[in-house]
Design a protein around this ligand. Structure first.
Ligand SMILES: C[C@H](O)[C@H](O)CC(=O)C(=O)O
Ligand SMILES: [Mg+2]
Length: 391
């Protein structure tokens, strides 16, 4: 490949299912009375959409090289993200070499510090970074995992997240992670219901199947400590995202107080090497960066190395092909998450469906990452998209 430069960056928005996987219509397990930090307000307990979890929508970033080759990526950021790409970040890409990944990332991060650091700005930086990786892979005719040093194993093994770990077991997954339904505000009765749900599922899946619970930032240290001890009796493998992401001190306390044998995991709402440094210093066992949100592949490489030196596993949150190409290249990411986006979590459907074409899914809980150049997916031309801003 001769030295290619970036001709144009474009940002589009998509509504409905896609990279913003909470942007669902109708009944769906992912929005059925799941415990959240907003559950302190009873009126927001039944639905996460009721407090706006689906407000952002999907952002599509396209990066075009001077020979007309286009790389793209999708993330959660919608119209606000499109504005940031077009009005602010495009200047750091256009005219630069496609291989300038580090410099472009650094300029995007430093220039947005006054309003960024994490959250939607890091989602957007992730989207741009992933689009650049996709472009580089297409130009070199190589899958992204080859750009990252190559695979350390032949195929990925998955656990499934959804309402039906018993079904996940039938489908060949390693384990199943369920949402916790009741937050501390639902009192002793909620605590009992949470434990009963775990005990009931343990009865359905038998002793050896991994069972995990995702608390989606809803607990406090006292509740989480009492719960993790009670859940250990039912063979809980890990307790996920028990506390709000800013409570690093709470995570340290929870890790100290948790029973040996139950892992403490978190990090899907954390970003950058500095955020994860703080998290790793709490002693948590597994970090779960979302490559669509934590800063993209350029940042995940650093986060992962830091985790390895701390003896923590990196099991990225969701993010489909964007995490598969990374996980397959790292020994400290021994398995991957598959987020079941089927309405009742009974069938395997592509996570970002219908937005991407060629999005691979696990079969019998396993997947050989395709060798197709870039991330190996295309945008579905039948999904309507808009370009709300230009520059
Ligand atoms: C299941 C959780 O509530 C969430 O929406 C997805 C998630 O946190 C995960 O896959 O992990
Ligand atoms: Mg989670």
């Amino acid at each position: 490949m001769s030295q290619r430069t970036i001709r144009e960056v474009r940002a589009y928005t998509v509504r409905g299912k896609g990279a913003d996987y909470h942007d669902q219509e109708g009944a769906h397990w992912i929005d059925d009375h799941i415990a959240t930090p907003m559950a302190v307000y009873p009126e927001y307990r039944q639905s996460r959409r009721s407090f706006g979890l689906d407000v952002l929508g999907t952002l599509v970033v396209e990066v075009e090289a001077d020979d007309g080759t286009v790389g793209f990526a999708v993330t959660t950021a919608g119209e606000i993200g499109a504005w940031i790409v077009e009005k602010h970040l495009a200047r750091f890409l256009e005219g630069r070499a496609v291989t300038d990944l580090e410099r472009i990332w650094d300029q995007m991060y430093r220039s947005t510090l006054f309003y960024g650091r994490r959250g939607v700005v890091l989602n957007v930086i992730s989207g741009v970074d992933l689009a650049l990786y996709d472009l580089l892979g297409r130009l070199r005719q190589e899958p992204v995992y080859a750009l990252l040093g190559g695979p350390v194993r032949d195929e990925l093994q998955f656990y499934a997240t959804g309402a039906r770990p018993d079904r996940a077991k039938e489908l060949g997954f390693l384990g199943g992670k369920m949402p916790l339904h009741h937050a501390p505000g639902e009192g002793v009765e909620g605590f009992r219901k949470n434990l009963d749900a775990l005990a009931d599922m343990r009865g359905r899946v038998g002793e050896d199947f991994w069972l995990m619970l995702d608390c989606w930032m809803s607990l406090d240290v006292d509740y989480a400590t009492r719960f993790v001890h009670a859940a250990a009796e039912h063979g809980l493998k890990w307790l996920e995202e028990a506390l709000i992401p800013d409570d690093y001190w709470g995570y340290a306390q929870l890790k100290r107080q948790a029973p040996p044998g139950v892992l403490i995991s978190t990090g899907e709402h954390e970003a950058t090497r500095w955020g994860f440094r703080q998290l790793l210093e709490t002693g948590v066992d597994i970090i779960q960066p979302d490559v669509n949100w934590c800063g993209g592949i350029t940042e995940l490489i650093k986060i992962s190395a830091l985790a390895d030196a701390h003896g923590a596993l990196v099991v990225p949150h969701g993010s489909s092909v964007y995490s598969y190409h990374f996980v397959v290249t790292r020994t400290n990411s021994p398995f991957a998450e598959f987020l079941m986006m089927h309405e009742t979590a009974e069938e395997v459907v592509p996570m970002f469906s219908p937005l991407l074409l060629g999005e691979p899914v696990p079969v019998d809980g396993r997947l050989r990452v395709p060798e197709t150049p870039g991330f190996g997916v295309e945008l579905n031309p039948e999904v309507p998209r808009e370009r709300p801003y230009t520059h």
